[in-house]
Design a protein around this ligand. Structure first.
Ligand code: NAD
Ligand code: MG
Length: 414
């Protein structure tokens, strides 16, 4: 059993929110968006803008785009806007002049934003940078719409323990986990046979290993179905994303590693299938638009309108499925091994992968070497005793730093 069997399944379903915006019945839902300028952040605010009166935006944050952050803050009448990069404070302040919106800057201010009273926090900062602010939101017992994968991948039990301790509610935003959550609603853990996440297969699904050797960042950034931030798009091309998602699923749902699987489904219509011991298989379907899982998380247990294309199966004609190829896509094999190894192996995997993806985007690493660099880093970390049970968030952050250093050193050999 995953360590977390009691957290989201019991906390998520039938949470305390009363109306269709996740707020109390008599007032709008107070919402903070961490990573507001990103792909998930802007989709979230798009839904907020289309549902006037349902949400009251408290804080919005970003790392570098001060002007866009200020304009989002003004548009949604946020109370505060926080820029992670301190050198941009003056620019943010100037862009907010006369608006009455508080401007703040720096990593500590990101945490402060997460601590401001709110009913729901959208955790959509990319990468391990999202750990501290998301932990801060969790510590307050908030509803957390969790897009950031790294809290579960890197911090795993440490994060879910904090969620359980504080009484926070975790609602998955990653589309496959939102689908699993919906298909699992209320299920007795003993009745679940398998949770099968789907993968689009990315832009290189049909490429040979030889072709993959020469894959460029431009080619890898052209996802066939989803429009997402750069990091997750590269992870989708290597299938590392599916590996990270298996780790997320392990921490979210009350099943063991052997009950988790993935299948390639190029149309990205079915997002997850849950099979039960009586032979029933429940799948969640939706056109590939992140506004659907975001709306699920914001409104649960109700449903809110999302302006997405409606599913027309007759127009699609067929849905196809195939087994993932771990020879052409070794990142999936490496991630599965890290999941089985447990302890801090997924934190090392994630840190090394962030270094590898940045190097690939900077043309310092070949596409297939992303998985090799991550695998090498895991081996080195094991030798150095860095793969062990984590003591807490600070320990995870120290392992993350150590793994990044190991990966950066190793990168010189490629
Ligand atoms: P993105 O790159 O589009 O946006 C990231 C946001 O985080 C931006 O607002 C950026 O300013 C902020 N940010 C970046 N670095 C930061 C730092 N060091 N400190 C503080 N803030 C920082 O990313 P995204 O695609 O929106 O993804 C966000 C998270 O959601 C990721 O963890 C991703 O894996 C996950 N996710 C995304 C999608 C998707 O469709 N985009 C789907 C599933 C899961
Ligand atoms: Mg996903």
């Amino acid at each position: 059993m995953a360590a977390l069997s009691s957290v989201p399944m019991s906390r998520v379903a039938g949470g305390p929110m009363e109306n269709e915006n996740g707020g109390k019945a008599d007032r709008p839902c107070r919402l903070t968006v961490l990573g507001a300028t990103g792909s998930i952040g802007t989709s979230t605010l798009d839904l907020v803008g289309r549902n006037a009166g349902l949400f009251d935006v408290i804080a919005v944050t970003a790392q570098t785009n001060a002007r866009e952050l200020a304009s989002l803050a003004r548009l949604h009448r946020a109370r505060a806007a926080v820029i992670g990069d301190e050198t941009l404070f003056a620019e943010l302040k100037e862009a907010l002049a006369g608006s009455g919106i508080a401007a703040m800057a720096g990593p500590a201010a990101l945490v402060e934003a997460a601590l401001m009273p709110a009913d729901c926090v959208m955790a959509s900062i990319v990468g391990a940078a999202g750990l501290k602010p998301t932990f801060a939101a969790a510590s307050q017992g908030r509803r957390i719409a969790l897009a950031n994968k790294e809290c579960l991948v890197s911090a795993g039990d440490v994060f879910t323990d904090e969620v359980a301790r504080s009484g926070a509610e975790l609602l998955p935003v990653d589309s496959e986990h939102s689908a699993a959550f919906q298909a699992l609603a209320g299920a007795d853990p003993a009745s679940i046979e398998k949770i099968i996440l789907t993968a689009s297969g990315g832009p290189f699904r049909t490429w040979s290993r030889e072709q993959l050797q020469g894959a460029t960042p431009e080619q890898a950034l052209k996802h066939p179905n989803w429009s997402m931030g750069a990091k997750v798009t590269i992870d989708s091309a290597t299938l590392m994303n599916k590996g990270l998602e298996l780790i997320e699923a392990f921490h979210l749902f009350p099943v063991g590693v052997d009950a988790l699987d993935c299948v390639v489904h190029p149309q990205s219509i079915v997002h997850c299938l849950v099979s039960y011991k009586d032979g029933s298989v429940l799948a969640q379907m939706a056109p590939p638009d992140m506004r659907t899982p975001i709306a699920v998380a914001l409104a649960w247990p109700r449903r809110m309108a999302a302006p997405t294309e409606k599913l027309d199966l007759t127009r699609l004609g067929s849905l196809t499925f195939e087994a993932p190829d771990e020879v052409r896509f070794p990142a999936l094999r490496v991630a599965k091994a890290a999941l089985r190894r447990g302890e801090t192996a997924p934190a090392v995997l994630n840190a090394a992968n962030e270094v590898a993806v940045a190097a690939f985007l900077g043309r310092r690493l070949k596409f297939l070497d992303i998985a090799s660099l991550v695998e090498d880093t895991l081996e080195l970390a094991e030798k150095q005793g860095a793969i062990r049970k984590a003591a807490g968030l600070d320990d995870i952050l120290a392992i993350d730093t150590q793994a990044r250093r190991l990966a950066a050193d190793r990168l010189a050999r490629y």
